[in-house]
Design a protein around this ligand. Structure first.
Ligand SMILES: [Zn+2]
Length: 352
């Protein structure tokens, strides 16, 4: 499935700035980068810094990427939130612009306004407790609890009233209204094919229910911002860690809503969810374990080519840290894409 625009592949590196990068993040990023470079496409760098407190990590995240040797391309001229990376990290100066989500709220407000006008998004004043009581799932885990739709039509049951509530919420963007915004999910099962994980089916009414697209505190939900950005930036392929496989159905529902009513054009990207990297204890890598931080490896004097070589091998590519050679090899595809097996990382492999 190629993008309609001259068949150009557009991918993005979107490292989370909420913590330092670890080897597992590095693997997903290298995978995403190789896939686009092998296809002769464009790589954009977007920093998902919507969470409060994120900026503290921006500079270290950028230096991690530079250390890994991953480059990126200039976003289209006039892309909202474009920033000279030298402002975040002097050593990154002179490179193509990065895109900061925190500087893109104008666009999020505009798209959200259209979804509100179309009656697809409504205000929700439920507390956690309300939702727990209404869903009658006394001891179920939060994660498995679908929102029962209490506030669908709660404000008079008329489109006009819902639109009014939504418009108020948007106008008072910066103020605490005590009201979240939720999107109506489609009743049909959403089906998509993941290039690594295979065919998927998600029934959102029972999986998540109508989900939050803007939180009570006025922050946009991660998923909403990501879908708006990927559409606006023309992203054609999404390659990321498989911890995000579960929210892909919600993102597809958002694509449908935004393409139909949100005023953005484009298409749904292809999806590849890269298996996790496990530590030698057999558990998923934990951010608190410093020995797997890219930053720590750099501080310990590990040769980045050595990490790239390990990452490449773990993807079934030739054991080399040479990026040009890896791009060449990746033109035949990334062999590990045929398997959902997690890989195990042993830090000692990179040392001595
Ligand atoms: Zn509610």
């Amino acid at each position: 499935m190629m993008d309609a625009v001259a068949g150009t592949v557009v991918g993005r590196l979107a490292p989370s700035p909420t913590g330092v990068l670890h080897v597992g993040n590095a693997r997903s990023l290298l995978w995403a980068w190789l896939s686009v470079r092998a296809a002769g496409g464009r790589v954009l760098l977007r920093i998902e810094d919507l969470l409060p407190g994120a900026p503290a990590h921006l500079a270290s995240m950028l230096s991690d990427l530079l250390w890994l040797g991953l480059d990126w391309d200039e976003p289209d001229e006039g892309t909202l939130g474009s920033m000279d990376p030298g402002e975040l990290l002097p050593a990154a100066g002179g490179r193509p612009a990065v895109v900061l989500q925190s500087a893109r709220s104008e666009l999020y407000i505009e798209v959200m306004g259209k979804l509100v006008d179309a009656g697809l998004v409504y205000p929700c004043v439920c507390t956690r407790k309300d939702i727990a009581l209404a869903s009658r799932a006394p001891h179920a885990e939060d994660k498995g609890r679908a929102y029962p739709g209490t506030c669908r039509g709660r404000f008079a049951g008329e489109g006009a009233a819902i639109r009014w509530e939504g418009a108020q919420a948007l106008r008072l963007e910066r103020r605490r209204l005590g009201c979240a915004l939720r999107i109506r999910v489609p009743s049909e099962t959403i089906r998509f094919s993941d290039r690594i994980c295979g065919p998927q089916a998600v029934h959102l009414p029972s999986d998540s229910g109508d989900f939050v697209v803007r939180k009570k505190d006025g922050h946009y939900a991660y998923m909403f911002a990501v879908v708006v950005d990927d559409l606006a930036m023309g992203v054609t392929e999404v390659i990321r860690g498989d911890d995000l496989l579960d929210c892909t159905g919600q993102q597809i529902a958002l694509y449908d809503a935004i393409l139909t009513h949100g005023g953005l054009s484009g298409g749904i990207p292809t999806w590849s969810h890269v298996p996790l990297v496990l530590g030698d204890d057999g558990r998923r890598l934990a951010k608190r374990n410093r020995s797997i931080h890219v930053q720590q490896l750099a501080a310990d004097g590990v040769d980045p080519a050595r990490l790239r070589r390990w990452l490449a091998e773990s993807m079934g590519l030739p054991a080399t840290g040479d990026l040009d050679a890896l791009v060449d090899a990746a033109r035949e595809g990334i062999p590990a894409a045929g398997s959902r097996q997690p890989v195990t990382f042993v830090p000692e492999l990179l040392r001595g």
